[in-house]
Design a protein. Structure first.
Length: 241
C-alpha cells in the first residue's frame, strides 16, 4: 500500500479560528440602541446557539443570522429593520479582533515544518481580511488570503476551496483545512477533497466525524498522523528546529 502523501499546505478559517472577534459587551449596547433589550450573557448564549443551528449547507444571510440571534436573546420577535439597524451600527466602529493564545505558536510550528499557509474566510473582502491579519501581526505567515466577499462565492461551496488550491498550485489531497464550524468549514472542505479538521474550542476533542481538536496547538500532530509519520523532534526549550 502506498504511503500517505505529504500535506504541503494548511489553510485556515479566520474569525473564530485564528482571531477572536466576539465583542458581546459592544453588541449588547448596540442592541439596546436598536430598542432590543438584551443581557450580555443571554446574547453570548444565543449567538452560540444560532451559529450552530445555521451551520448548514444553505446558510441564511448575515442580517437574518443577527435577527435570529437578537430575537433569541431578547425572548421576543425582532423585525428585519431592527436587525438591519443593528448591523449598520456595528459597521460604524472598527471590529474587535485579537489573536487566540494558540494561534501564533501554531503558525510558527507549521512554518518551521515547511508548510505553506493560507486563509479562506467568509468575510466582506480580501482587503478586510488582510487588514485583520496585519493588525494582529500574523499576515506575513500567509501566502494566500481568499475572501468570499471578493470571490463572490462563500463556504460551504466547494468553489472557494478549489480556487484557492488552483492559485497555490495544490491538489486537494495536499492541503488541510482548519475551521471552527463543523459543517461550513470541516465537512465542506472534506467534500471539496481536502483533509479537514474541526476546531471545536468548547468541545472534548473526541469527535471523529468530522475529526475534532480543541486547540490549534494540536494541528501539527494531526498533520503527522494524517501523513503516517512521527512528530518532528523538538529542540531543547520546546522550540521546533
Amino acid at each position: 500500500m502506498a504511503a500517505p502523501s505529504r500535506i504541503r499546505a494548511v489553510l485556515f478559517d479566520l474569525g473564530g479560528t485564528l482571531v477572536d472577534y466576539h465583542d458581546f459587551a459592544h453588541w449588547t449596547e448596540l442592541a439596546r440602541r436598536c430598542f432590543v433589550p438584551v443581557e450580555e450573557e443571554a446574547l453570548a448564549h444565543a449567538f452560540v446557539e444560532v451559529e450552530k443551528e445555521t451551520d448548514v449547507r444553505e446558510k441564511p444571510s448575515y442580517e437574518e443570522f443577527w435577527r435570529r440571534t437578537l430575537e433569541r436573546a431578547a425572548g421576543r420577535e425582532v423585525d428585519a429593520a431592527s436587525a438591519a439597524r443593528f448591523l449598520g451600527l456595528s459597521r460604524e466602529r472598527p471590529g474587535f479582533f485579537r489573536l487566540y493564545s494558540d494561534t501564533r505558536r501554531c503558525l510558527e510550528r507549521l512554518s518551521a515544518d515547511g508548510r505553506r499557509l493560507g486563509v479562506i474566510s467568509n468575510s466582506s473582502s480580501e482587503a478586510r481580511c488582510r487588514a485583520i491579519l496585519h493588525g494582529t501581526g500574523i499576515l506575513p505567515f500567509f501566502e494566500r488570503v481568499v475572501s468570499s466577499g471578493t470571490e463572490g462565492v462563500e463556504k460551504p461551496a466547494p468553489a472557494i476551496f478549489h480556487r484557492t488550491l488552483e492559485r497555490m498550485r495544490l491538489a486537494p489531497a495536499e492541503a488541510l483545512y482548519v475551521g471552527n464550524l463543523a459543517f461550513t468549514d470541516a465537512v465542506a472542505a472534506r467534500e471539496a477533497g481536502l483533509h479537514a479538521i474541526w476546531l471545536n474550542r468548547a468541545g472534548t476533542g473526541l469527535g471523529d466525524d468530522p475529526p475534532e481538536i480543541t486547540s490549534l496547538l494540536e494541528v501539527p500532530l494531526a498533520l503527522h498522523q494524517l501523513e503516517g509519520t512521527a512528530p518532528a523532534p523538538r529542540a531543547a526549550g520546546g522550540r521546533a528546529r
